[in-house]
Ligand binder design. Structure first.
Ligand code: GDP
Ligand code: MN
Length: 387
């Protein structure tokens, strides 16, 4: 699960990390009122689940409420297109109006899970503000890492090393930064984060250390033990198809290609995507209907896939074990009747009740349905259909 910047800022503040004063608004008028209240120069920031806002023009320093009016109008009436959004961009529904601060230096601080080492890792860099992936590609030595024990947490000697790497020699500033690093590590562990990042952490010309942008992702499997985080969930920012799938107990992840995949079992779904790629195609999604799928669940899966305008062909790949081939055949027939197949649907069924399933499909004589002999045949056929 992801949260907005304003929510991440709240979590930081709760953990003792200093953050400039701010307000969340949804209208131009409220943005101007927030500016009046905060006073001086403010920064108006789009609250969306995507970064790269600064470059896209969706983070604006505003000296007067009139400037805030212009910035807020622009952000609320234009879709934000950044490197992280895709060309269609995303709608902006909320804005953060925050106290604008003077910046002397920008730093990067982030915690992720290092799967290879099986521990969290804190990364810091003097090259803050820009995307950390860019720094990693251009100058990997500019990122300094400390791995820490998930139960013992980030140790004082590690904090000292990281602060040294940031070049913060002033005693007061080092102390303030220590508090930030400790707070971020604590959030990462106590809230079951998969990512907790401050970019940038800044030093003001008068030596204050402040977090002015934050990003946090949380492990969905741990959500059950975080009632406070559950309340922060904003379903309007999620992919609509992914939400629908969640409700139907389907595992669905939207991808960029044009071949919709309907598969049972995550491993089979992975290999289906691999074989599509092997034959030159690009999957439009990952969809695992699971073992205990019902005809209704599978029909919903077809609805979700076929509702995606990017989908130019579908590959159904079912290995009937617990899930029965005839259940899927029934769903195929339902979906064809109900939504109609506007694109070719290549079907490969194997396993439990496959004979009955094939007979059902033959009798239904669905237009656009193309049977396949095996997985390779299916992948070749669907790739040829969308080429
Ligand atoms: P992002 O582009 O989505 O990561 O949004 P950020 O909140 O990180 O803002 C991008 C950049 O805008 C920062 O790296 C800063 O350089 C600048 N910026 C953001 N807030 C302020 C502020 O309060 N004062 C000043 N002077 N610059 C800011
Ligand atoms: Mn940022």
């Amino acid at each position: 699960m992801k949260v907005h910047e304003y929510q991440a800022r709240q979590l930081l503040q709760d953990a003792g990390v200093p953050v400039p004063a701010s307000e969340v608004v949804e209208t131009v008028k409220a943005a101007m009122a927030a500016h009046e209240k905060i006073g001086g120069t403010v920064v108006v920031k789009a609250q969306v689940f995507a970064g790269g806002r600064g470059k896209a023009g969706f983070v604006k320093l505003c000296k007067t409420p009139a400037e805030t009016e212009t910035a807020a109008k622009f952000m609320l009436s234009n879709r934000m297109v950044s490197k992280q959004t895709g060309p269609e961009g995303i709608e902006v529904k909320k804005l953060l109006v925050a106290d604008g601060v003077d910046i002397d230096s920008e730093y990067y601080v982030g915690v992720v899970l290092d799967r290879a080492r099986r521990t969290p890792v804190m990364m810091v860099s003097r090259e803050g503000g820009v995307e950390i992936e860019e720094v990693a590609a251009r100058n990997p030595d500019a990122i300094v890492k400390e791995w820490f024990h998930p139960h013992l947490g980030l140790q004082s000697f590690q904090i000292a090393k990281l602060i040294g790497a940031l070049g913060l020699t002033d005693k007061e500033q080092a102390k303030a930064t220590a508090k930030v690093l400790r707070g971020l590590a604590k959030i990462f562990l106590s809230k079951d984060c998969s990512l907790a990042e401050i970019n940038p952490l800044i030093r003001t010309p008068d030596g204050q250390i402040l977090a002015i942008d934050a990003k946090m992702n949380f492990d969905d499997s741990a959500m059950f033990r975080h009632a406070d985080l559950q309340k922060m969930h904003d379903p309007t920012e999620e992919n609509e198809a992914e939400l629908r799938a969640q409700k139907a107990d389907l595992t669905y992840i939207a991808l960029d290609g044009n071949i919709g995949c309907l598969v049972n079992g995550a491993g089979l779904a992975m290999s289906t995507m691999d074989i599509i790629k092997l034959h030159g195609g690009e999957p439009a999604n990952f969809l695992d209907v699971g073992g205990s799928v019902t005809a209704e669940g599978a029909t919903e899966a077809f609805r979700i896939i076929l509702a995606d305008p990017k989908v130019k062909g579908v590959l159904v790949n079912i290995f009937g074990g617990i899930a029965k081939c005839d259940t899927i055949a029934e769903a195929l027939i339902n979906a064809a009747k109900e939504v109609g197949f506007n694109v070719p649907v290549v079907v490969r069924l194997e396993g439990t009740n496959v004979e009955r399933a094939r007979a059902m499909l033959k009798e239904a004589a669905i237009k656009q349905l193309i049977p396949a002999d095996d997985l390779t045949d299916a992948a070749k056929k669907v790739c040829a259909q969308v080429a």
